[in-house]
Design a protein around this ligand. Structure first.
Ligand SMILES: O=C(O)C1=C[C@@H](OP(=O)(O)O)[C@@H](O)[C@H](O)C1
Ligand SMILES: C=C(OP(=O)(O)O)C(=O)O
Length: 429
């Protein structure tokens, strides 16, 4: 589907953010391995978290859906039924990496598959440590899906300094560790999102400049009874859209504000963005707030590479914001973007360049020569079948001099099925 967009005359309105994707995946997976039953409110209807639910069903987990309320009967660590057909993770890296950790730790014979994009993303990062733990796991060419898992002959304890700041890698190892008699220890020096540790209540303590997180069979796995907060990563598109459009006034309701996710909020504030928070509360084990966004004059910024994991999914739309800042912005240390649904560094370079932005693509980042008066040329943007590319292009198009088009626009349903409706609502009011 090709989505037409038009320049925003005045961006205004109130949006309830869709349920968080990262937390939805985890709520379902962790509910399944608990011995208790869980009721998860506000579960995401987006394609990726739905892939997690369908994989769990194939493993014999009973799941009842009533709208966005999902009831899951926990089967406990040892209750999975080996699936009769491959577990299809669709487009979802989180499903494949976290579920592999659980399946490999539990020693369930299975095969995990994904779509073309997921099948080209490296899984070596999880295969290596899971093998060191004694799991029997392999991939095509030792690196890619399909992933094959076989029963193992017992797990070894592993002390694992994370070689990449990746929450999916951290979670995969810790989840496998839940099946070991001796603790698995993961050492994290650059923080990434901490939903797994929070929602499972895993023990951690400071270690060197970072922390050490432990998991083992003696951890009691809690029921997951809570309402999933709104997706901060979805809100990020509106934080940027509201900031770059003059006269904009947006209210975003029930946004998850986990500090390990909100990097772009603080980066944009440092650039001069005008945000205010209200109704701050705790939903389950996660902080939430409403956020008001007003248009602002943005200054350029040189990003500290240590902040990258804290805004990894928001970097594409941050690049859009940087195009409207008054001067030279620099992103470095972001090579991880090349391992997402598409190579997001190259894809964003093409999207921004096709709109006439002045950018320099680097191996691990981008230099953006911004200008508050930048007017993107009307263009037909490729989405590269990547939801975040499609949404970043749409935000860019709100400042264009004419109508634009976004190709394969339906891919936004991977994380944010309501995105085009929300954009339409904001540009109508
Ligand atoms: O753990 C998670 O839920 C996620 C972690 C991040 O991936 P990496 O761990 O590969 O950085 C992020 O890009 C992805 O959208 C969701
Ligand atoms: C990279 C993403 O997700 P995943 O790794 O789960 O496919 C994302 O949502 O931007």
């Amino acid at each position: 589907m090709i989505q037409k967009t038009k320049p925003a005359e005045k961006l205004a309105g109130t949006l309830v953010m869709p349920p968080d994707k990262s937390i939805s995946h985890r709520a379902a997976l962790f509910a399944a391995i608990s011995d208790e039953n869980s009721i998860i409110e506000n579960y995401s209807s987006a394609a990726d978290p739905q892939s997690t639910l369908s994989c769990l069903r194939q493993l014999g987990v009973s799941i009842q859906k009533k709208g966005n309320r999902v009831e899951i009967e926990g089967v406990g660590r040892d209750g999975f039924r080996p699936p009769e057909s491959p577990l299809d993770c669709g487009n979802s890296g989180t499903t494949m990496r976290l579920l592999s950790g659980i399946m490999a730790g539990a020693g369930i014979k299975c095969k995990l598959i994904g779509d073309e994009s997921l099948s080209s993303r490296t899984m070596k990062r999880i295969i290596d440590p899971l093998r060191q733990m004694g799991c029997d796991i392999s991939g095509r060419d030792e690196e890619f899906a399909p992933i094959r898992i076989e029963p193992h002959n017992g797990l070894n304890p592993l002390r694992y300094p994370l070689p990449i700041a990746s929450a999916q890698l951290k979670s995969s190892v810790l989840l496998a560790g839940l099946f070991g008699d001796e603790p698995t220890e993961v050492i994290e020096t650059v923080p990434s999102r901490d939903h797994t540790e929070r929602l499972l209540g895993l023990k951690s303590e400071p270690f060197g400049t970072g922390k050490i997180i432990r998991s083992s069979r003696s951890d009691v796995l809690p029921a997951q009874n809570y309402e999933v907060p709104g997706d901060f990563s979805a809100a990020a598109f509106w934080l940027v859209a509201g900031s770059i459009n003059s006269g904009a006034e947006l209210d975003l309701v029930k946004v998850g504000m986990n500090p390990s996710r909100t990097g772009i909020y603080h980066i944009l504030e440092e650039m001069g963005a005008q945000f205010t928070q209200s109704n701050s509360a705790i939903a389950g084990k996660e902080p939430v707030s409403d956020i008001s966004v007003k248009s602002a004059q943005l200054n350029p910024i040189e990003l500290d590479p240590k902040l990258i994991p804290n805004c990894i999914d928001e970097l594409p739309v941050l690049m859009v914001a940087m195009c409207f800042a008054d001067g030279r912005s620099v992103i470095t240390g972001a090579e991880e973007l090349r391992h997402k649904e598409t190579d997001r560094l190259s894809a964003m370079a093409e999207i921004l360049a096709s709109a006439g932005a002045e950018i320099e693509l680097q191996k691990d980042g981008m230099i953006i020569h911004g200008n508050p008066d930048f007017t993107p040329k009307p263009a037909r943007f490729k989405s590269y079948h990547d939801h975040r590319m499609a949404m970043a292009a749409a935000v860019l198009s709100t400042r264009s001099s004419g109508s634009c088009e976004v190709e394969d626009a339906e891919c936004t349903s991977i994380s944010y099925p309501q995105f085009w409706t929300h954009l339409h609502e904001l540009t109508q009011s």
